[in-house]
Structure formats: structure tokens, C-alpha cells
Ligand binder design. Structure first.
Ligand code: CP3
Length: 340
């Protein structure tokens, strides 16, 4: 039995005695403690593949920031790697793939990954679950198929993801073939995470916003929907499709429990479209550069607008590395002390 199950209860649509809070990228570089643990590994990928270290940084935000859930430290790019497309994480630049997907043959060569191909994540989850000692729930995650596809075609981050979008426009059939393979791998992966102890799943469609609505429905939402169908009977699932507000109503009709929101939508607008689904978000991460008075005022405004039913407080995207740890802690405290 979890000692603090606020996030899970809010995800299931129950009213909670106070608003729960966690932060995207809480297991990351805002914490000096994270940087110290990271220094023990040779590089980012070795770090991700060390269950002991991954466990350590997954638990740090619970002790240091006081958040109501842990998220397993890993990366969405472990899926391309498990399917046969390795990546590097280049310091202060981001991910880089030596080989990218260009042809049908490239797609045929990829395997459909299963949990054994990602045994190190399973190990990290079971270890973290044990070390958490039921203090808070553990969130597992994966990238949504479109976002993974975008990295596999583009080979790195991009402002426009125009190569990936070019592939959608010029090779729609092969695009579906690849998205299907990523989806099957992701379902196997998430089922493994749940078996290993994940209490809740979040899907990150970080690059949903580069697609036009019709493309989003055809090449992203369709596959997100398949993942929700597979996961929801097991544990609650959150869909975070960044910058795709027009789709909130459609997302609310999926077999998902929580809709993640970025900061560019007003809480009331999201509520109108979300069919009573639990909402998560949506403070601008840059708010945490402001002074404490501003942080408190703006955070309370957000909490009042969402209310304490069907709501999990979070940022509208991940923490930036140069945000001060004290400000992050303050944001968490503001939520925990808020009385509606
Ligand atoms: O705390 C957590 O949220 C859990 C861990 C987590 C990481 N990546 C660790 C990480 C999670 C949930 C992710 C998801 C992820 N990874 C996404 C989706 C969420 C989002 O931010 O939109 C994406 C697009 C990636 C791909 C990725 N990983 C990029 C583009 C980068 C480099 C740029 C950056 O944000 O730092 C990473 C590296 C990465 N993943 C770091 C961390 C803590 C920083 C690397 C480091 O320690 O040097």
C-alpha cells in the first residue's frame, strides 16, 4: 500500500485532500545531487544503463524537492536503440544518431523490441520501487510513436523536424509501417515497466506541435490510442502531446486517464474540452526564474483555475537545467500549502 497515493487517486479522477505535484525532468540537472551521481558514469548512455545510478537519481527529487511521485530516470531514446538504431548524447547539444531511417529496407531491418531488450530499465524500476518503500508512486514513461519516429528519421533534434515531416508527405505507407513497429515495441516496453513496478505511465509526444492537425490525427493520435488501449487496463496513463491544444477533446476520448498540458493554454479552456479527464500541468517552466512572490502569485492563480478535483500540478514542460533548485522547491511548497 502506498503511503502517499495522491497522484494515483487524482489520475483516477478522485477528489484529493490537497493538490498533488511532481515535475517533468525532476530527475535531472537542476539538482547538484543529480550532477554528482551522473559524474560516476562514463557518459549519459552508460548512466541510463546503470540501474543503481538510475535508481539513485529517481529517488533524489522525493527527498530533496518533496514531490508526490517519482519518475524513473531513463530516456525516450532507449526505444530506437533497442530496435536497432543506437544514439549518442552529445554534451550540451543533445541526441545524435549515426544511422537514420531513410528507406523501407531500413525499416525492415529494425526489430520489434520487447522488455528483454530493455532489461536495464526493468531492473532500474524494480530497484527504485523497492527503495521507494511505497512512499510515493513510480511513474514509467515512453516517447509517443511520432516523437520517436521524428528522431529516427531526423537523426537529431530539430526546430522544424522537416526531414521527418517530409517522410510523412512522401512515404505515407512506409511511415505507417515504421510507426506500427515503434508502437508494438512501446507496448511491449510499457507492459514490462508495469510488470516491474511502474504505477502509472506517461507518454511524451514532445514534437506533436510540428504537425498540422490532420497529420497529428493520422500519424500520431492513432498510435497513441493503441498504446492507451494496451496500458489502461493495467495502470492509469497520461498523454502529453505538447502544443496540440486543438486535439484535447479528441485526446479526452481515448482510453487515457490524464491529459498533460503545456503552458500555452488557459486552464478553463482545457477544462471545457477535456470531458472530465484529469488534467496535469501547466506552469511555464520560465516562471521559476521569477522572484518568489511572483512564483507564488502565478502558481496560486493556476491552482485556483484548475481546482482540486481531477488535477495534478506540474510544469507545462520539463525543468530547464539553469533553474535554481531553491525555486523548484518553492514551487512544490506553494502547491502543497495551497488551500482552495
Ligand atoms: O526527470 C525526468 O523527467 C525523467 C527522466 C527523463 C529524461 N528524459 C532524462 C534526461 C525523461 C522523462 C526524458 C524524456 C525525454 N527525452 C523527452 C520527452 C520529454 C521532453 O522533454 O519533451 C525527450 C524529447 C528526450 C530526448 C532528450 N534527452 C533530449 C532532447 C536530451 C538533450 C537535451 C536536454 O533536454 O537535456 C536528452 C537528455 C536527457 N534526458 C537529460 C536528462 C536528465 C540531460 C542529459 C544530461 O544529464 O546531460
Amino acid at each position: 500500500m502506498l503511503k502517499n497515493d495522491l497522484v494515483l487517486r487524482a489520475a483516477r479522477g478522485e477528489t484529493t485532500e490537497r493538490i498533488p505535484v511532481w515535475l517533468m525532468r525532476q530527475a535531472g540537472r537542476v539538482l547538484p545531487e543529480y550532477r554528482a551521481t551522473r559524474a560516476k558514469a562514463k557518459g549519459f548512455i552508460e548512466f541510463v544503463k546503470s540501474p543503481d545510478l538510475a535508481c539513485e537519481v529517481s529517488i533524489q527529487p522525493i527527498d530533496i524537492l518533496g514531490v508526490d511521485a517519482a519518475i524513473i530516470f531513463s530516456d525516450i531514446l532507449v526505444i530506437p536503440e533497442a530496435m536497432g538504431l543506437p544514439y549518442q548524447m552529445i554534451e550540451s547539444k543533445g541526441p545524435w544518431f549515426e544511422k537514420t531511417i531513410q528507406t523501407k529496407n531500413d525499416i525492415d531491418e529494425l526489430i520489434i523490441a520487447d522488455e528483454n531488450d530493455l532489461h536495464y530499465v526493468m531492473k532500474a524500476i524494480s530497484l527504485t520501487k523497492k527503495q521507494l518503500d511505497n512512499r510515493v508512486p513510480l511513474i514509467g514513461f515512453a516517447g509517443a510513436p511520432w516523437t520517436i519516429f521524428a528522431y529516427m528519421i531526423e537523426g537529431s533534434g530539430s526546430k522544424t523536424f522537416s526531414k521527418a515531416k517530409q517522410f510523412l508527405y512522401t512515404q505515407p505507407e512506409f511511415s505507417h509501417l515504421l510507426l506500427e513497429k515503434i508502437t508494438l515495441s512501446t507496448i511491449n516496453y510499457l507492459k514490462g515497466q508495469i510488470k516491474s513496478g511502474a504505477d502509472l505511465i506517461q507518454l511524451f509526444d514532445s514534437w506533436a506541435g510540428v504537425l498540422a492537425p490532420e497529420q497529428f490525427y493520422e500519424f500520431s493520435l492513432k498510435y497513441i490510442s493503441k498504446i492507451c488501449d494496451a496500458v489502461q487496463p493495467l495502470v492509469p496513463i497520461t498523454v502529453f502531446a505538447k502544443d496540440a491544444h486543438y486535439a484535447i477533446n479528441k485526446i479526452s476520448k481515448l482510453n487515457c486517464n490524464v491529459i498533460g498540458l503545456d503552458w500555452t493554454i488557459h486552464p478553463a479552456t482545457a477544462r471545457e474540452q477535456a470531458n472530465e479527464k484529469t488534467l496535469q500541468g501547466n506552469a511555464d517552466p520560465c516562471l521559476l526564474y521569477a522572484d518568489k512572490k511572483t512564483i507564488k502569485t502565478e502558481t496560486e492563480k493556476m491552482l485556483r483555475a484548475f481546482g482540486n478535483k481531477n488535477y495534478i500540478a506540474n510544469l507545462g514542460h520539463g525543468l530547464y537545467p539553469d533553474i535554481e533548485k531553491e525555486k523548484v522547491k518553492f514551487f512544490v511548497e506553494c502547491v502543497k500549502e495551497f488551500k482552495s
